[in-house]
Design a protein around this ligand. Structure first.
Ligand SMILES: C[S@@+](CC[C@H](N)C(=O)[O-])C[C@H]1O[C@@H](n2cnc3c(N)ncnc32)[C@H](O)[C@@H]1O
Length: 209
């Protein structure tokens, strides 16, 4: 049943009708100050629908391991940015950095701790001083509404975490992180975990190691 979401149009229809897509757009507007001319890397970009919602004039590179999503993204949004069917690793960081920002919208909960830690290392080397990392995922919270919990239990991502587990994971790779748990980004009862790592906060980590 979940396989049906592998079809790019159906995935976006689900995201759009459920309000998950507009939640991403709202969060990006509220937490990031994106400007034309910035270089952005979008890890796990999916079919690429976020790109037209970003300011015109950003230089955008999207990465995803799903061929169907990348084909769709290139066909529909290839005039606005570039999409790559590959993992974002150290080689990609060297090739596509330095970037002003890296986004991972709905991706962390698809990655186990080891995969994220490897990706984080590539992200650190891809970002320029003053850049940021932004992550956005569903989160388990105490006394969660049954609908929200059911949606998380049935997500395709196998690593939906509690807030503390997201914190532990991010803080292993980055010195300081800003965490926000939001229950109001979507009309159905659903909780999101947002993390912003401004680079001025994590420069110290880079210089330490
Ligand atoms: C829930 S979708 C999010 C798509 C899009 N960012 C959005 O906001 O709708 C998660 C995406 O992460 C991709 N993904 C999972 N692991 C990945 C990895 N290691 N590298 C790149 N993409 C990955 C999946 O193929 C999938 O398209």
């Amino acid at each position: 049943m979940k396989d049906i979401l592998n079809a790019p149009s159906i995935y976006h229809l689900f995201q759009f009708c459920g309000g998950f897509f507009s939640a991403r757009v709202k969060a990006i507007k509220q937490y990031l100050e994106l400007r034309p001319g910035q270089r952005l890397i979008d890890i796990g970009c999916g079919p690429g629908h976020i790109l037209p919602k970003l300011p015109r004039g950003v230089f955008y590179d999207g990465f995803d391991t799903d061929e169907r999503y990348i084909r769709f993204a290139n066909r529909h949004f290839g005039h606005l940015g570039t999409f790559h069917c590959r993992v974002f690793d150290a080689a990609a960081a060297k090739e596509f950095g330095p970037a002003d920002g890296v986004m991972m919208n709905g991706v962390l909960h698809h990655l186990d701790d080891k995969s994220f830690t490897e990706t984080a290392s590539a992200i650190r080397s891809a970002l320029r001083p003053g850049g940021f990392l932004f992550t956005f995922d569903g989160v388990y919270v105490p006394d969660q509404n049954a609908i929200g919990k059911w949606l998380l239990d049935n997500d395709r991502g196998k690593f939906v975490r509690q807030e503390q587990s997201y914190r532990n994971l991010l803080e292993r790779s980055f010195d300081k992180t800003e965490f926000h748990v939001r229950h109001d980004l979507i009309t159905i009862p659903f909780s999101h975990n947002l993390v912003r790592v401004p680079l001025d906060l994590f420069i110290s980590k880079c210089t330490k190691s």
